[in-house]
Design a protein around this ligand. Structure first.
Ligand code: ZN
Length: 132
């Protein structure tokens, strides 16, 4: 498994790793002039080995894409204290059913289970438009 780099560049920004576990990471974000813009923290997701155009890309951890923000990744501003609070909140929840790791507010009815594995939530409720 190829790991995330300690420093990477994306869209003209430079990101430096501040802290991480197997499950989560937090980077600071600098613009091209060396100004601190903010921090980004995210749940580390992985992609399996893929092959394209005859080239094999090894299994790897991936950086969040635009679609991940608000779901598994968060822009948490320049304040390092606030940023670390968000970082520390990630991964506190690990579902006892499917082992997915999410932020703590995913337990709806039964503590320790995500809404998909929660036996106290019926399929009808899941498929209903009403909130659980
Ligand atoms: Zn689950």
């Amino acid at each position: 498994m190829r790991k995330l780099e300690n420093t990477y560049n994306k869209k003209g920004f430079t990101y430096n790793l501040i802290a991480r576990t197997d499950n989560k990471a937090i980077y600071n974000q600098y613009d091209g002039y060396g100004h601190l813009i903010g921090h980004e923290c995210f749940i580390v997701q992985t992609v399996n080995e893929t092959e394209a155009f005859g080239v094999v890309f090894p299994a790897r951890e991936k950086y969040p894409t635009d679609n991940d923000f608000g779901v598994t990744a968060w822009s948490v501003g320049r304040d390092i204290k606030r940023a670390m609070e968000k970082y520390n909140a990630i991964g506190d929840f690990k579902c006892k059913g499917c082992s997915c790791e999410l932020t703590s507010d995913y337990s709806l009815r039964t503590k320790g289970y995500c809404y998909l594995c929660d036996t106290n939530i019926t399929l009808e409720e899941l498929l209903s438009d009403n909130s659980i």
